[in-house]
Design a protein around this ligand. Structure first.
Ligand code: BEZ
Length: 238
């Protein structure tokens, strides 16, 4: 299939865009997204289908981590192109029957959107016909408290997500916002952060002469310490 010919499949919101608005039926009642999530971060993620093994492992993992995301002011919203009763039956099966990697009796308390018409999946570019015409791929949209898309990650059908990475990415973006910095490769709270590049020849010189409280690898690449406790206190407001 030539996917470039089919605009309804290729429309895709981008980082920095306002998250497309929708109203949907979910396993937790009706939701309005992102307007109903104002003031919180939200992770909107799609999965290919109910009653499939990779998705089951993902839902159990995400549900087990939900309280950590809640503490970081982030709400989870799942989606697949299955119907509501299939979602309910699948979530009941997970809770009642599945024991996996020490997780059991797992209750999925975040909303799972029914999207049989694929309306939301198409709006968010979750359908990738080269991968499947009938199943959404594993898309992850990070939406900030103002309803702006801040990060997007896609995985193919066969690849279960790394939820530690999703959590790390969330905390890193929150830290970048709070301290006006950027975070280097593999950053975790307590690691040095990257300060914005020098904006003038004078500040580049000062940095290289060690006048600022930074470690500079070169004039354009400087880091500074932010205490782990300060990061955690700022993010978790504790
Ligand atoms: C799964 O979740 O196991 C799965 C779903 C669709 C295609 C392949 C695997």
């Amino acid at each position: 299939m030539d996917t470039t010919q089919n605009q309804e499949f290729v429309a895709m919101p981008r980082i920095g865009d306002k998250a497309p608005e929708f109203k949907a039926v979910t396993t937790q009642g009706e939701i309005n997204f992102p307007s109903g999530y104002k003031g919180s971060w939200a992770i909107l993620f799609s999965h290919p289908a109910d009653f499939t093994p990779v998705c089951t492992s993902e839902f159990m993992t995400f549900a087990s981590l939900e309280s950590k995301f809640t503490e970081a002011n982030c709400k989870l919203v799942g989606l697949s192109v299955d119907g509501l009763y299939s979602h309910i039956a699948w979530l009941r099966t997970i809770k009642e029957k599945i024991e996996y990697k020490g997780m059991k009796n797992v209750e999925v308390n975040f909303p799972l959107i029914e999207d049989i018409t694929m309306e939301v999946a198409k709006k968010y570019g979750m359908m990738m016909p080269g991968e499947s015409n009938t199943k959404a791929v594993r898309a992850v949209f990070f939406v900030d408290p103002n309803g702006i898309i801040r990060a997007i990650i896609y995985y193919p059908l066969s690849l279960g997500r790394n939820f530690d990475e999703l959590y790390r990415a969330l905390i890193a973006m929150q830290t970048a916002d709070a301290f006006s910095i950027a975070t280097p490769a593999d950053w975790r709270p307590g690691d040095d952060v990257i300060v914005p590049p020098a904006g003038s020849c004078g500040s580049a010189k000062d940095r290289m002469e060690g006048k600022d409280d930074m470690k500079c690898y070169d004039w354009f690449f400087c880091t500074k310490k932010i205490d782990k406790d300060l990061v955690l206190k700022t993010i978790f407001k504790k």
